[in-house]
Design a protein. Structure first.
Length: 503
């Protein structure tokens, strides 16, 4: 349900139709870029080839095969049959399993490309996790239990796989395009909040170094869905020119600002005011801001905002090792309610928390509208899995999975750069796309024609013959080790448990 409560591990449930919200007088994304699109694509392809330090020719041809293959990528070995891949299937697997990519250089190359911006010139980033499910790969290390939402109520499952944290820049308006900037695989020893904070910090630092943000520009807006500790992330990233917007669970209890201290009052000043339970309207004070916006599909959207709302922190869980007094992390609490949902469903409110106080009414509207753009990232995940074949290979080594993941990201980046150059090669039953509104799948359909006009740094293949392989009749005397699934690091949740720990 779009405007309903999602549990922490059900954050991807709301992506089904939320992207289709539109408001009156809302524009779409800008049209195609300037005439330097072909030069940008050629320059990126040359830089991409330079990032491959081992099996460079095969990796580059493999990326071209993904972009030019007929139809969706179903198997990894099937890419060796594409005309753009001039080497055998053995070289293909060798490149994925034993190739080398300079990920740091590739990250800087992606960050240096033109990025979409909001109407006010602000960069908007979205952070989410997408899972590469590997339920039967008992010999693959680093697997975690990934939440998978099933059809019907109560059909959610936890399936072993590799979760990847992805950051992408969002475009204004309703679109299926995003600019993927980074991807990190979450491991069994990782603290998700700490890893996400470090990832966001690295991405923003690269964007500043690439000249996408200068002193005096609006802060970068980073959007999170339910399941992220947005208040702790705001504390960890407080020194960056960024503002955070995240969705809260509807069972949260927040704190109102402390009342002014009366003259002559003895004792320690109060840090918190009354409680604001999101599920109990009786605890809601009168909002400081109330706005209404007419949408084209969901009727009137009413947003109410409370200033200086914060959580009550305790020395538990993530704040267990915090030295000194716990901080008071204040922000703006926003409640969004619409009239109706398609199918006569009863809409439930969406609760958002913004990391800055004193938000103006116009900014409150821009914030919840920007949050709905976060669901455009789900189009990118679907393209990765269903068209580009991100999760199609049955790889054993997590390093090979990381290598293949970045290869898919570079393919998507080339599609984004080729967007102004692509023709609408639509099928007979498809509608013509308006100018500048080609989807990534349609751009990929004509990439083979674009590829003929750009540079090909990969060298021609050399003749060779396959190796002898294992002698017939010999047995494998070194069985592959098997690995358990789940977290391997146990973290204490309370001070009492930390004191009672041996040693």
């Amino acid at each position: 349900m779009i405007f309903g409560f999602l549990r922490q591990n059900l954050k991807t449930k709301a992506v089904a139709v939320a992207f289709s919200i539109a408001w009156r007088d809302g524009g779409v994304e800008p049209g195609p870029g300037d005439g330097r699109a072909l030069d940008r694509l050629a320059d990126f392809r040359r830089e991409l080839y330079g990032c491959f330090t081992a099996r460079a020719d095969v990796l580059f041809e493999l990326a071209d095969a993904v972009l030019c293959a007929e139809g969706p990528v179903r198997t990894l070995v099937g890419l060796s049959l594409a005309p753009e891949h001039q080497r055998g299937h053995g070289a293909l697997y060798d490149a994925v399993n034993a190739g080398r990519i300079q990920i740091g250089r590739l990250r800087r190359a992606v960050a240096g490309l033109p990025l979409p911006r909001a109407a006010d010139g602000r960069l908007i980033l979205a952070v989410d996790v997408s899972n590469w499910l590997r339920p039967g790969a008992v010999t693959s290390p680093g697997r975690l239990f990934c939440h998978v939402y099933g059809r019907g109520k109560g059909q959610a499952q936890m399936i072993p796989g590799w979760p990847y944290s992805v950051i992408a820049a969002l475009e204004p308006g309703r679109t299926s395009w995003t600019a993927v900037l980074d991807a990190i695989r979450l491991g069994p020893d990782d603290d998700e909040t700490a890893v996400t904070a470090a990832q966001v910090r690295d991405v923003i630092t690269r964007l500043i170094a690439a000249g996408h943000w200068h002193e005096g520009d609006p802060p970068i807006l980073v959007i999170f869905d339910a399941g992220y500790d947005v208040t702790r992330l705001s504390f960890l990233l407080g020194d960056l020119p960024a503002e955070l917007l995240g969705r809260l669970r509807s069972d949260r209890v927040m704190q109102l600002p402390a009342p002014p201290r009366r003259p002559g009052t003895m004792g320690r000043p109060r840090k918190h005011g009354g409680e604001l339970a999101l599920a109990d309207p009786a605890t809601w004070p009168v909002p400081q801001i109330t706005t209404s916006t007419a949408t084209t599909r969901y009727g009137m959207a009413i947003a109410a905002a409370w200033d200086r709302v914060h959580p009550r922190l305790t020395h538990r869980s993530a704040w267990l090792d915090h030295s000194g007094d716990l901080p008071v992390i204040e922000g703006t609490l926003i409640r969004l309610q619409v009239d109706h949902l398609p199918g006569d469903r009863d809409p439930k409110p969406v609760w958002l928390w913004f990391s800055r106080t004193r938000a103006a009414p116009g900014e409150v509207d821009r914030l919840w509208q920007a949050f709905l753009r976060r669901f455009d990232l789900e189009h990118t995940f679907r393209l990765f899995k269903q068209v580009l074949g991100w999760t199609a290979p049955k790889l054993r080594d997590p390093a090979a999975a990381d290598r293949w993941t970045w290869l898919i990201i570079t393919c998507h980046t080339q599609l984004r750069l080729a967007r102004p150059l692509a023709d609408d090669l639509r099928l007979p039953w498809e509608r013509p796309a308006p100018p500048g509104r080609l989807t990534p799948a349609r751009v990929r359909r004509g990439f083979r024609n674009i590829r003929a006009t750009v540079t090909h740094p990969a060298s021609a293949p050399k003749p060779g013959k396959p190796g002898p392989g294992r002698p017939p009749g010999s047995k494998n005397r070194r069985p592959t080790p098997r690995y358990d699934v789940g977290k391997t690091t146990r973290r204490e949740l309370t001070l009492k448990a930390q004191r009672e720990r041996p040693g």
